[in-house]
Design a protein around this ligand. Structure first.
Ligand code: G6P
Length: 366
């Protein structure tokens, strides 16, 4: 029986475990002394893979979406991604010698398992990333990498997500090396940035109290919008999912550049707009989208680093100063404030945080 310790909910305990469990997971995949990725041996070579297909559900799907950006940008590996409940029925053609990657905390999600069996029927190599090694998805895979999140009790996934991201980031660097897409210098930089993630996660947790204060404002909202570009777009989707799941407030995640094609019509002074804006290659683009939101009275809560906040200038109702890191690892860090915001908002609204209505931890039926 796992207790909650001094925490009011399992979810908050699991949020706070992230520096430790991400560190545990990293140690299985990285050699800090050599500043290089050390993967367990895999029964395929990333250099030979024509295309990877990533399949998952829920929060694990958003981890996969971040990974698509990583694999494509850093490893130059084309990636297709889909939710398992769509993929399993759409009879997708899959390339000979392709790799199919399944991401699942429980390893038992029915749609993900069915999608795995379809991928096998299409001659794909099967790699799964699971938190439960003795699970159906693990058993039916050619290779398994375990996230060392430990048991996750809260229905809303937190530490499973950041450990999935950790594994996928290491895989992307390994794929980049195998495909000759990065040199040793860049691999060392990325490995160092990854090695520093656990201590940066601890820094992010120092913003807990500020985020708790902000949650009182968010708890009054009827709709909340989350925006991000590039690697932060899947995080915007995950942030919105987290808020919906446990606070029951309607939330939408959107690619910041798509705002002008619809959601900008929703903006008024009652809609909190949560912006995830690490200082990466699309930062300036995100800033101009934020200016458009603020010009229409939107209440922007801006997550960036100090320089990013300075570059945005006045206008947001709040700006949270997160650590300045290599943009490659930013998704792992920016996951935490959206978890905390959802958590505290749910607590303010008095919902059952660990057991939200209508949701199950593991969905083993179709
Ligand atoms: C359920 C859970 C989610 C989870 C999803 C996929 O909906 O409530 O937190 O992301 O299933 O689960 P899996 O175990 O495959 O990661």
């Amino acid at each position: 029986m796992i207790g909650k310790g001094d925490f009011r909910h399992y979810m908050l305990k699991e949020i706070y475990e992230q520096p430790a469990v991400v560190g545990d997971t990293l140690r299985t995949m990285i050699d800090p002394a050599a500043r290089a990725i050390m993967l367990p041996s895999l029964p395929f070579d990333f250099a030979d893979i024509p295309r990877a297909t990533i399949i998952a559900c829920g929060t694990a799907f958003y981890a996969g979406m971040v990974a698509k950006y990583w694999f494509e940008t850093v490893a130059r590996l084309p990636v297709e991604i889909d939710v398992a409940s769509e993929f399993r029925y759409r009879e997708a053609p899959m390339p000979a010698g392709g790799l199919a990657i399944f991401v699942s905390q429980s390893g038992e999600t029915a749609d993900t398992l069915a999608a795995l069996r379809y991928a096998r029927s299409q001659g794909q190599r099967i790699l799964s990333i699971v938190n439960v090694p003795d699970s159906s998805i693990a058993r039916e895979s050619d290779a398994v990498i375990q996230t060392l999140a430990g048991p996750e009790i809260g229905v809303a996934s937190t530490k499973a997500f950041t450990t999935q991201l950790t594994v996928l980031a290491c895989l992307a660097v390994a794929a980049a090396r195998a495909r000759g897409a990065i040199d040793a210098g860049r691999e060392a930089e990325l490995s160092t940035a990854l090695t520093e993630v656990p201590s940066r996660l601890a820094d992010v947790l120092n913003h807990d109290e500020t985020i708790r204060t902000l949650s009182h404002e968010v708890a009054l909202a009827r709709d909340v919008l989350y925006l991000g570009r590039g690697l932060s777009y899947p995080l915007a989707l995950e942030g919105a999912l987290k808020l919906k799941e446990i606070s029951y407030i309607h939330a939408e995640g959107y690619a910041a550049g798509e705002m002008k094609h619809g959601p900008i019509a929703l903006i008024d002074d009652k809609v909190p707009v949560i912006v995830l804006a690490p200082r990466d290659s699309v930062f300036d683009k995100t800033v101009s989208n934020v200016q458009e939101v603020m010009a229409r009275g939107g209440k922007v809560i801006f997550f960036s680093d100090r320089e990013g906040i300075e570059r945005l200038g006045p206008g947001p109702v709040a700006a949270i100063d997160l650590p300045s890191v290599d943009p490659f690892v930013a998704p792992i860090l920016y996951a935490v404030p959206v978890q905390l915001l959802a958590y505290h908002t749910a607590v303010v609204r008095g919902t059952d945080v660990d057991q939200p209505r209508n949701l199950a931890k593991s969905v083993t039926v179709e």
